[in-house]
Design a binder for this molecule. Structure first.
Ligand code: C2E
Ligand code: CA
Ligand code: CA
Ligand code: CA
Length: 275
């Protein structure tokens, strides 16, 4: 859309000078996609679990390939991470998300995923501050989602970096909780505001009593640490009711809306229950 073109090219130039080796077709395509603004950011709502009120949107990248159609991030994020293209890609998504969110009602937040590879960039804090300043989005409306791998490597540096983000008002969420190796001590050691329980736990919720027990203990733990809990991948009303009873604070999933292009998000209408 209107303002994205210039940013795409600026970011691309920086990455291009750094990378001059021969590349695979897909990598070349992805490189072109960034340069030609074929990447799109879609938005999926998350709601306050008790009231069902929309609280914000998670930004999720898609690649509109000229011949292959819309490509899901699982098919190109790993490649982008291997090649370093995640850096310009991630900057594009963050800038787009901040610019879009700046036009939303002021009670809505935007959540952006950051790759562990981006955490290694020396200028990451400056990039994020610049994206906020350029868009006019108050930092209090930005949430950064990171996975636990960021905590395992370079823990001390990343901890300091996270404190820096928090000091300007950005909220931090631990994504995909329960899928990796995190021990509970990570939760106490890092300054998260939110824990996002991975959708695999929600999927089993209505069949396996153990999933309820796990979610319930995550909720108790989070309360003790003054963190809130989001349930991801909520697809049915049954799951939603169960999660509410278990005390989760926020819910996200197809039940409340699929990721959609910005044009399809209507702010004067109540949240749709499904797309
Ligand atoms: P994620 O951060 O865990 O995002 C949630 C994923 O679950 C999204 O997949 C979303 O479409 C999907 N989802 C949401 N609700 C439901 C549901 O009710 N049922 C099911 N089955 N799935 C649901 P998506 O968009 O394909 O993204 C996949 C992953 O790609 C994301 O997982 C995230 O790790 C990564 N990703 C997406 N956009 C970005 C980005 O801009 N930067 C980075 N670094 N990673 C991104
Ligand atoms: Ca996420
Ligand atoms: Ca997740
Ligand atoms: Ca994920």
């Amino acid at each position: 859309s209107k303002s994205s073109g210039r940013n795409c090219f600026t970011i691309y130039d920086k990455a291009m000078s750094a990378e001059l080796e021969a590349r695979s077709t897909l990598e070349g395509d992805l490189r072109d996609a960034i340069a030609r603004c074929q990447l799109e950011v879609h938005y999926q709502p998350f709601v306050d679990a008790l009231s069902g009120t929309r609280r914000g949107f998670e930004a999720l990248v898609r690649w509109r390939h000229p011949t292959r159609g819309l490509i899901a991030p699982d098919q190109f994020i790993p490649l982008a991470e291997e090649t370093g293209l995640i850096v310009p890609l991630g900057e594009f998504v963050l800038r787009r998300a901040c610019a879009d969110a700046a036009g939303w009602p002021s009670d809505l937040a935007v959540a952006v995923n950051l790759s562990p590879i981006q955490f290694k960039e020396a200028e990451l804090f400056e990039m994020i501050s610049a994206a906020l300043a350029d868009s006019g989005l108050p930092p209090q409306r930005l949430e950064i989602e990171i996975t636990e791998s960021v905590l395992l490597e370079r823990g001390v540096e990343n901890h300091a970096f996270m404190e820096r983000l928090k000091s300007i008002g950005i909220a931090l969420a631990l994504d995909d909780f329960g899928t990796g190796y995190s021990s509970l001590s990570y939760l106490t050691a890092f300054p998260f505001d939110k824990i996002k329980i991975d959708k695999s736990f929600i999927r089993n919720l209505t069949h396996q009593p153990r999933s309820s027990a796990i979610i319930s203990s995550i909720v108790t733990l989070a309360r003790g640490l003054d963190m809130s809990v989001t349930a991801e991948g909520v697809e049915t009303r049954e799951e939603y009711e169960r999660l509410k009873a278990l005390g989760v604070n926020f819910a996200q999933g197809y039940l409340f809306g699929r990721p959609q292009p910005i044009e399809r998000i209507l702010f004067d209408a109540p949240a749709k229950s499904s797309q």
